[in-house]
Each structure stands twice: as C-alpha cells, then as structure tokens.
Design a protein around this ligand. Sequence first.
Ligand code: FE2
Length: 306
Amino acid sequence: MTQFASSTPTSGVSRFPSKPLPPRAGAGLKTGHIDAILADDYRIGFLEVHAENYMGDGGPAHRALAAIRAEFPLSVHGVGLSIGSRTGLDPDHLDRLARVVERYEPGMVSEHLAWSSHDAGYFNDLLPLPYDQATLDLVAGHIGRVQDRLKRPILLENPSTYVAFEQSTMSETDFIREVARKSGCGLLLDINNVFVSATNHGWKPLQYLRDFPLELVEEIHLAGHAEDTDDEGDLLLIDAHDRPVADPVWKLYEIVISQAGPLPTLIEWDNDVPEWPVLRHEAKLAEAILDRLGPASMLGSRHAAE
Ligand SMILES: [Fe+2]
C-alpha cells in the first residue's frame, strides 16, 4: 500500500489557493448555476463536479470552473473510471482524470464502488459487484493504481444497488472496510444510497451504519430518490437525484453527524435540476444539522443508533 502524506497535490506549482473541503454543506455544480453562485451573498461551503464533464481541453466550461475554483473549495467526483472492471482500468481514462486533478487541485477526489465498462464496452450505469475475495483484491488493486497515478488518496463511495449476488461471501460494509484497509483510500458515505439499498434488499439502514467504518469517512453525499415497484409489486427505490432529500435520509444523516462529527456534506441533484436557491436551501438544511449536532459529537455526546 502506498502511503500519501496529504490529500493536496504533491508536485508542481499551485495554480489556485489551497482549499481543503471544510466540514460544511456543498452542492453539485451545474453550469446554469455558476453566475448565481458567484453573485450569491451566501457562500456555499464547497462545490463538486463530475470529472468526466471536464476531460476536454478548453472552452467555456473550463473558464467557468476556474472562476469557481478560485473562490470555493472544490471536489472532483469520478463517475466513469469503472473501479470494479474485470478487464482492468482504462489507462486513457485514468490519464484524463489525472489531468483534471492536476488542473484544478481539488480538495477531494472520489469514485464509486461499481463497474461500468468491460473491454471496449461502456455502460451509462454504475453496476454492482459481488462481495468476495477476488473482487476485493481486484478493487483494492485498481484503487492503488489510481492513487499512485494521482499521487494522492481517493475516497470510495458506497453504491446504491438493486440486485445482490449469490456468490457474495461478505457484507457490503465488511467489503468496503477491507478495501479501504488494503488500498489506503478514504470513504465517501452516500446516505441516500444506504437508504435506497437497504430498502431494496431488506437491510436495516441503522445496522448498516453501525457496521460502516465511520472513522474512515471524509465526505457525505445526500440526494433524493424516486419510488417505484419491482416485478412482484414490492417497493423499489431508485437513486434518481431528481428531488429533495427524503425525511428518513435526513434522520440517518443526523445520526451519522452526531456520531462522526461534522463532515463535508454534498447535496447531489443531477436530474430535473431546479434553480440555484432550491439547492442552496437543501445545503442550508444540511448545514443547520452540522452546526447543531456536529460540535456536540466532538465533545463526546453521541446519539445511540437504534
Ligand atoms: Fe453519491
């Protein structure tokens, strides 16, 4: 396992002021919101972009992101690296990710525990993995390679899933803990993903959170989900990112913050994106919870997760 001294770039001349992600609420950056964000008296805690949207060389998108990066902490979230691919990482995609990271010097870099490519085939989905030793070795090895290329640790995000594999030999939380131990990566806890997967598979979300290595979490995601039904007519939740965060997810978030302390928390809203004030409102709800419960947890006053 390669050890990294810090999450900041280790070489080259910095183009931007150093801005690690603060333990505040942030929002996913949408192009249509950039002017409103820059003009807003309320300074959002940080902004997060999908790396794949900035893998081209130039143009207005890069000029706008440079303006945002000059003023705000930034995190880069990859959605296409296919960390769990059986046919290996795409070296060209990894090079493109490295260029985005070198260019913007983000406070955090994260990717998903999922796969989305096989040989030359690419899928527009984050697909689930079996939780067994072979997959664990594969994923940890890929993360090691990514971290070596980026010269910094990354965060791995827990997935939202709709199917489970009979060949799995360990729980998702044990799998994630062991991947982090082997690779040295940190974790991104998506609490909406926990709620979606728990509902779809019949797990208890609080038990999942009790088993999750919260001490390794460096960022949280919150998002809205849609309700559907499966072929048997049972409730099926879809990680839709198209609406406000649901009440049960806010409750789980309160429990996590009361136990783990204040953590950078991102509001994800990627479909049917509303005007900026709606995202800002969601971010302020998260920030109020961080202010109310985060400091108490730092003093050792913890909620019991039941
Ligand atoms: Fe997420």
